[in-house]
Design a protein around this ligand. Structure first.
Ligand SMILES: Cc1cc2nc3c(=O)[nH]c(=O)nc-3n(C[C@H](O)[C@H](O)[C@H](O)COP(=O)(O)OP(=O)(O)OC[C@H]3O[C@@H](n4cnc5c(N)ncnc54)[C@H](O)[C@@H]3O)c2cc1C
Length: 290
């Protein structure tokens, strides 16, 4: 196998310009290398982008947008004060992520590009309706995360592209975010269910202006926003009745598969419980009913 260590991003993009080699970009390798060891994938070339930290490791806030460079690590997220308040779900997800050794190297870009159903940051960024910035020698393009993941471990990224940034708006007005994750242990938790919510209430602090729930197996093993639940919640008062109806809609739109970690039925029940907790937690933090 070939290992290419480009001098800079331009060099890396030129290397994959024609998209005709079996190249895998490697950031920190915490997802890629175990998969290679298990022979789930066999790239011919590894393109190492891990040294581009000056260009691709940043957390920036400007014009109401948060921008995360693809090489930002999970520990960077944990340590940033940007995630103290309304965006505390990012800190919650980072806290429940792997173990310190993994968090210190695992990158935001690697998490998103792995497109795996158990990843922590994918539902979080989906609940924030994040956009991704992809670059190639031809220039750059933006794509919403919800359109980026097109199948189990499949993305809309072309072989000639590299992900450079994840960005999303800072929740406006009476907004808050929260995250829940269930696994079978307290460390190195592989998510049975993970679920994120970004909730905004109207000025009356009772009515839902917008709700974006996303979780890891909405359709088969693909993480996605819970579109029907989100649509239902819009304009409803936060109440036990609204939550009970939303739980039913969530269950009906989930297609949760059973595997050796848990049955689809159990996962569905957990997802419903999480929905209630998430709505109540966000509403309480905003100052609404809980
Ligand atoms: C022990 C252990 C525990 C873990 N626990 C968790 C956990 O709790 N939660 C969780 O979500 N994940 C977990 N993971 C999975 C993994 O750590 C994350 O997915 C991590 O964010 C991947 O980042 P990375 O930099 O290592 O990506 P890599 O392994 O380098 O890459 C992952 C994939 O993304 C592609 N890629 C990476 N960066 C780019 C880029 N900039 N542009 C284009 N393609 C790119 C690679 O080609 C590869 O397909 C765990 C892994 C291990 C080994």
């Amino acid at each position: 196998m070939e290992f290419y260590s480009p001098t800079d991003l331009k060099d890396a993009l030129r290397f994959i310009e024609h998209g005709d080699r079996n190249v895998a970009v490697i950031a920190s390798g915490t997802d890629l290398l175990p998969r290679m060891r298990k022979r789930q994938i066999s790239p011919s070339v590894l393109l190492d982008i891990s040294s581009f930290t000056e260009d691709l490791r940043y957390i920036r806030e400007s014009d109401g947008k948060i921008r995360l460079g693809a090489l930002t690590t999970v520990t960077d997220l944990l340590e940033s004060s940007i995630f103290d308040g309304k965006l505390s779900m990012i800190r919650e997800a980072a806290t429940l992520f792997g173990a310190p050794q993994v968090r210190n190297v695992a990158t935001v870009g690697g998490n998103v590009c792995s497109a795996a159903s158990s990843e922590d940051l994918i539902p979080v960024f989906m609940a924030l309706d994040a956009d991704l910035k992809l670059v190639s020698v031809k220039g750059e393009r933006a794509i919403p995360l919800r359109d980026f993941i097109v199948g189990k471990r499949e993305t809309a990224m072309k072989p000639s592209e590299i992900l450079t940034e994840v960005n999303f708006s800072f929740p406006e007005g009476h907004g808050w975010t929260a995250y829940e994750k269930l696994g079978r242990r307290n460390m190195l938790i592989i998510a049975l269910v993970n679920e994120a919510l970004s909730l905004t209430l109207e000025d009356d602090l009772q009515t839902i202006l917008s709700a974006r729930v996303a979780l890891n197996r909405v359709s088969g093993r693909i993480p996605a926003p819970a579109a029907k639940t989100n649509e239902f919640l819009k304009g409803k008062k936060v109440s036990d009745e609204t939550i009970a109806q939303a739980q039913k809609i969530l269950a009906s739109e989930l297609s949760l598969t059973s595997d050796f970690r848990g049955s689809g039925a159990y996962r569905t029940e957990v997802a419903q419980v999480f929905l209630k907790r998430l709505i109540e937690r966000c509403s309480r933090m905003i100052g609404g009913p809980s």
